[in-house]
Design a protein around this ligand. Structure first.
Ligand SMILES: *[C@@H]1O[C@H](CO)[C@@H](O)[C@H](O)[C@H]1NC(C)=O
Ligand SMILES: *[C@@H]1O[C@H](CO)[C@@H](O)[C@H](O)[C@H]1NC(C)=O
Ligand SMILES: *[C@@H]1O[C@H](CO)[C@@H](O)[C@H](O)[C@H]1NC(C)=O
Ligand SMILES: *[C@@H]1O[C@H](CO)[C@@H](O)[C@H](O)[C@H]1NC(C)=O
Ligand SMILES: *[C@@H]1O[C@H](CO)[C@@H](O)[C@H](O)[C@H]1NC(C)=O
Ligand SMILES: *[C@@H]1O[C@H](CO)[C@@H](O)[C@H](O)[C@H]1NC(C)=O
Ligand SMILES: *[C@@H]1O[C@H](CO)[C@@H](O)[C@H](O)[C@H]1NC(C)=O
Ligand SMILES: *[C@@H]1O[C@H](CO)[C@@H](O)[C@H](O)[C@H]1NC(C)=O
Length: 813
């Protein structure tokens, strides 16, 4: 690791373009910067490393030996100039720095071995100690450019730094720094994990910076750091699983009070590595980094967080899970609360733990998102520091861990390794088998669908081909119907593309869903949706009128649903209020549509995106379920679930599906239960503007239901309309749909039957009510009605940033 680090440092140094930076404002009281072996001062960024001679009074050494490389580093970069000279110590040598202010000090040692005259610095072998701490023991530097950074709390008036050559060898150093740091840098409040509480406080121990990483794939140079620290890019440590993406928004960082910019600069807090929510809508994967560590030591691990990601218009709750070596550091790190609801406010967390016997430390961050509630399911990290803590022998050197333990370690390591290889082989074999099975299931289902679509002439070799289905429209006809995709006719925008209102030549009104060009995600969903729609004809399912795949266009044409989505009628619009009876009828209609999907064919079809925005109303307020882009064939007879990547809309997702990725038709039942509460309460599923306990409709409603106070949350506009009996029954059905485990939920058929009986409880009154809002609705021509066929940006009814909008749907791979 160290060598890798050095190499990267070199790459960085030689490729960096330095601007002479304005000082970032820190002016340490104790500030010794020495360009060892040099007789001239060396300027590095905004600091001057003073010629070695100037510090001759603080050093006691048997002999003054300066060496100089022949290579001219100054031509490549200013910073390497420090490595051009070195001081040699041929006997025990001691720096005694006068300390003006007690507290944490950095001791930074610069090393780069070169060959000069009779000295081959690669052959140097030596120990270094500071006060009573061993920093290096019989250490040999193989090559490259190395900075060793130590942190000590100096409680006396001098800091004594001793270089001791090993027998028959010598010591050297190219440059060194001793700097007083702000007191706040290492607070005493670190949590310990899996360790017995020791009586020694951290302030009495020495620390060594093991690795310091800036997330977001960017290196931060010492010139851009408030304390001249080097932050390596996390690129080298990140587990590259294709799910990570990088964010840089330095201007969004807002320092106020603690932590200060000395903890980490905005170039660290302002960049993050985050789970790519477009690719990982499951919201449950982890981001993982691996670091080499020295087994046997304890480490102080510092996590830096700063939410520069959430859309500022919509602060939502961010709760993270943090792990080290698979141990939970925090199960629910409520960042929003910890930063007092201020977006862009930094936060850091210190954890002390012992490295396991493995020389690798695994750090993972995930989102605490499975409660389907008010949590903003993003996962990110801004920075990470791993500091080694001096051991019981006051040493930071690896050689101070016993060698017999090392041998045992090797043997255990070998055994574990062999075991892992075997396990891996078994896993690979099983995966391979499963994949083959999954593959054969998949192609079988494809056959069925293509057959259904194309009729009997299917020859068994063609893959899905849209062009063979009927209803194909020429592009020109669609252009005519939509006035060449006029923005005036736009009625919705979603993940797939835009939805326009159109009028065909025979005066049929249609909804035209036009896929965004070259959207691969679109293509698969386009095909799925056409497959599904052409298979089914049902009063309560939106029907397909045609499609177009001319040129690069992917267009689906549906019947036009004059009255838009159920959601629009429930809240956030000035449409007239739907009566309780009408709401029940709509629920029943939607349940019938779903019931048909689940039961009409040999294979269950799971809708996967049941939500109020996908329940549409035509001119007669007839209900139709729409948006089959995510639908999937249900489990085979002998299986109980389909294992698949989680897709669907945030707030409606079945928790069981979310955690176990097992899809059954009961996932639709869960989402339907959410819709039922939406219908009852007339509010969005997630409303971040409400108080914390009310943010999630499901949590809030379930709590009220359990307390027997459901009537308190009924849509106020329904006052007096809902009979207590029917309310109780309706609430009970919805609650059953929301059962934690799929097996405990009713089928849509049961739900349907129960809803019918609720409607009966309501009796016939209200039907003849002329002032009923239903009639208002029926007479009003809602020309602006939004047909949100693919209203994907409307999770929780708020228009979230692109990031969040994409989160709900991922491309179907
Ligand atoms: C180097 O800088 C120090 C302090 O800034 C100054 O006292 C000294 O004269 C300088 N030495 C040389 C050789 O320029
Ligand atoms: C090193 O290179 C720089 C720039 O090319 C030059 O100004 C300087 O005199 C050189 N130094 C030595 C010691 O050759
Ligand atoms: C310097 O020492 C290193 C390590 O012992 C050795 O590999 C290298 O060849 C030596 N270089 C010279 C020029 O002697
Ligand atoms: C340094 O140690 C002293 C004595 O243990 C303690 O009072 C002080 O707070 C420590 N300073 C820091 C910055 O940790
Ligand atoms: C991340 O950094 C690496 C190494 O510097 C670079 O090769 C890669 O292109 C960067 N990736 C992105 C997405 O910026
Ligand atoms: C360092 O700062 C300079 C100027 O302020 C800027 O151009 C550069 O991008 C910064 N580099 C990093 C890694 O932040
Ligand atoms: C995230 O990491 C933790 C600890 O390593 C692990 O228990 C959990 O299963 C991981 N989650 C996922 C989705 O891989
Ligand atoms: C954070 O949570 C605590 C305890 O639940 C609460 O007292 C406090 O008000 C919360 N702070 C913010 C800013 O939400």
């Amino acid at each position: 690791m160290m060598r890798g680090g050095t190499l990267r440092m070199l790459i960085w140094v030689s490729s960096a373009l330095y601007l002479i930076c304005a000082s970032l404002g820190f002016d340490p009281v104790d500030n010794f910067l020495i360009d060892c072996g040099s007789s001239t001062n060396q300027t590095v960024g905004d600091r001057v490393f003073v010629a070695d001679e100037s510090y001759s009074t603080v050093l006691s050494t048997p002999e003054k030996i300066f060496v100089n490389t022949n290579s001219n580093f100054s031509s490549s970069s200013i910073d390497l100039a420090l490595y051009q000279t070195a001081r040699i110590f041929n006997g025990v040598s001691r720096y005694t720095f006068p300390i003006r202010k007690q507290g944490r000090h950095w001791v930074r040692l610069y090393f780069s071995p070169f060959v000069q005259n009779s000295y081959n610095l690669s052959k140097a072998k030596f120990s270094v100690s500071a006060q009573t701490f061993t920093l290096l023991k019989d250490y040999q530097i193989e090559g490259g450019f190395l900075i060793k950074e130590y942190l000590l709390n100096i409680t006396s008036s001098t800091l004594i730094l001793t270089f001791t050559p090993s027998p028959n060898s010598f010591a050297f150093v190219n440059a060194l720094e001793v700097i007083l740091l702000p007191d706040e840098l290492i607070p005493e409040n670190a949590r310990t994990i899996g360790l017995k509480k020791t009586d020694q406080s951290l302030s009495q121990l020495a620390l060594q910076t093991h690795v310091r990483v800036n997330m977001g794939n960017e290196t931060v140079s010492p010139q851009n750091d408030t304390l001249w620290r080097f932050w390596d890019s996390d690129y080298w440590y990140l587990k590259h699983n294709g799910l990570a993406t990088f964010v840089s928004k330095k201007e969004a960082v807002k320092f106020s009070g603690s932590p200060t910019k000395y903890i980490a600069p905005s170039s660290v807090y302002g960049t993050a590595t985050m789970l790519d929510t477009a690719k990982e809508t499951r919201m449950i994967a982890n981001l993982t980094w691996f670091f080499d560590v020295d087994p046997g030591f304890e480490y102080l691990v510092r996590f830096h967080f700063c939410d520069v990601i959430s859309p500022h218009a919509q602060p939502v709750h961010v709760i993270l899970k943090v792990f080290i070596n698979d141990l939970s550091v925090s199960d629910s790190l409520d960042l929003t609360n910890l930063t007092s609801n201020v977006l862009g406010r930094p936060y850091f967390m210190d954890v002390i733990m012992r490295a396991s016997d493995s020389p690798r430390m695994k750090v993972s961050v995930g989102s605490h998102s499975t409660d389907g509630g008010y949590v903003y399911p993003i996962t990110f990290l801004n920075g990470l520091e791993i500091m080694k803590i001096s051991n019981s022998r006051s040493s930071l050197d690896v050689s101070s861990t016993t060698s017999s333990k090392m041998k045992v370690g090797v043997i255990v390591g070998l055994a574990v390794g062999l075991f892992l290889v075997i396990v891996l082989a078994i896993v690979v074999f099983l995966l391979y088998r499963r994949r083959r099975q999954a593959h054969s299931i998949h192609s079988k289902s494809e056959d069925v669908m293509v057959n259904a679509v194309e009729g009997k002439d299917y020859n068994g070799t063609a893959m899905f081909s849209v062009s063979k289905i009927g209803y194909r429209f020429p592009l020109a006809a669609i252009q005519e119907a939509t006035e060449n995709f006029s923005e005036n006719l736009l009625i919705g925008v979603g993940g797939f593309g835009k939805v326009y209102k159109g009028v065909l030549r025979d005066n049929t009104k249609v909804a035209v869903k036009r896929g965004a060009p070259q959207s691969k995600q679109g293509l698969v969903e386009f095909q799925t949706e056409i497959e599904m729609l052409s298979q089914f004809r049902h009063r309560h399912l939106v029907s397909l009128i045609g499609y177009c795949d001319e040129k690069d266009e992917l267009i689906i044409i549906y019947e036009y649903m004059e009255n838009g989505s159920l959601k629009n009628h429930l809240y956030e619009s000035d449409l007239p209020c739907l009566s309780w009876r009408k709401r029940l009828e709509i629920c029943i209609g939607a349940a019938k549509g779903l019931h048909y999907l689940h039961t009409s064919s040999e294979k269950t079809i799971i809708h996967r995106d049941v939500k109020s925005a996908n329940i549409l109303l035509d001119g007669n307020l007839m209900v139709k379920v729409a948006d089959f882009g995510l639908s999937k064939n249900g489990p085979e007879i002998d299986q109980t679930h389909v294992s698949t990547a989680v897709k669907g809309s945030f707030g409606y997702l079945d928790p069981e599906y979310l955690t176990r990725q097992q899809l059954t038709e009961k996932s639709d039942v869960y989402s339907f239960g959410v819709v039922m509460f939406e219908v009852l309460c007339g509010r969005p599923v997630i409303d971040p503007s409400l108080s914390r306990e009310e943010v999630s409709l499901v949590e809030w409603a379930m709590k009220r239901l359990q307390n027997g106070k459901l009537e308190e949350i009924v849509d106020p506009r329904l006052a007096g309309q809902v009979k207590p009996d029917s309310l109780r029954k309706f609430g009970d059905i919805a609650a059953k749909c929301l059962a934690e485990r799929g097996v405990d939920r009713p089928t849509v058929g049961d739900v349907l039957w129960n809803l019918e009986s609720v409607l009966q409880l309501e009796g016939n009154d209200g039907r003849s009510d002329h002032a009923s809002p239903v009639n208002h609705l029926e007479t009003s021509t809602v020309s602006t009605a939004e047909l949100s066929m693919a209203s994907l940006g409307d999770i929780a009814g708020v228009s979230m940033s692109k990031v969040f909008a994409q989160m709900v749907r991922e491309d179907m791979r």
